[in-house]
Write a protein of this length. Structure first.
Length: 148
């Protein structure tokens, strides 16, 4: 366990986490002034296991509804690949929210059975990338949960 001191709106708080299993990044969404806490679960899970876990322990799988949220997740430095909350059902977010924003890798999404979405980042030919790939939901990856 590791302790961290947080500061928000003039108040201090103590955040205690198990650094080996959960990485936490807290930031503010300027549009809604909500504080989001993202939790990266380093244990690999299928998409449905990931969704169930996030809903049981936190709120849900992360939803990235616009470029600003995409940049916030990107800047958080979370290790990847990890599942996000986008699911093929007209490509809707698992939390029920809708948005037209997408950040697909070239030639994605592909056809079924790749019905769930993971986020990948890195460098290709020295050019950084931060993109979404559709994958079969039965594969296991890390998980990015969100708490509002």
């Amino acid at each position: 366990m590791k302790n961290f001191v947080c500061y928000k709106q003039g108040k201090y708080c103590l955040l205690t986490i198990n650094i080996l299993t959960v990485l936490t990044q807290i930031f503010s969404d300027n549009q809604t002034d909500l504080t989001f806490s993202y939790h990266l679960i380093t244990e690999n899970k299928t998409w449905y296991e990931a969704q169930s876990y996030c809903r049981k322990i936190y709120t849900d799988l992360v939803s990235i509804r616009d470029q600003e949220q995409n940049e916030a997740v990107k800047k958080s430095g979370m290790n990847n690949p990890f599942w996000i909350g986008l699911l093929y059902d007209d490509w809707q977010w698992a939390d029920g929210g809708r948005s037209a924003y997408r950040n697909w890798w070239d030639d994605h999404p592909k056809s079924s059975p790749a019905d769930c979405v993971k986020l990948v980042s890195g460098k290709m030919y020295s050019v950084p990338y931060f993109k979404w790939l559709d994958k079969n939901c039965r594969y296991a990856f890390r998980v990015l949960c969100t708490v509002k």
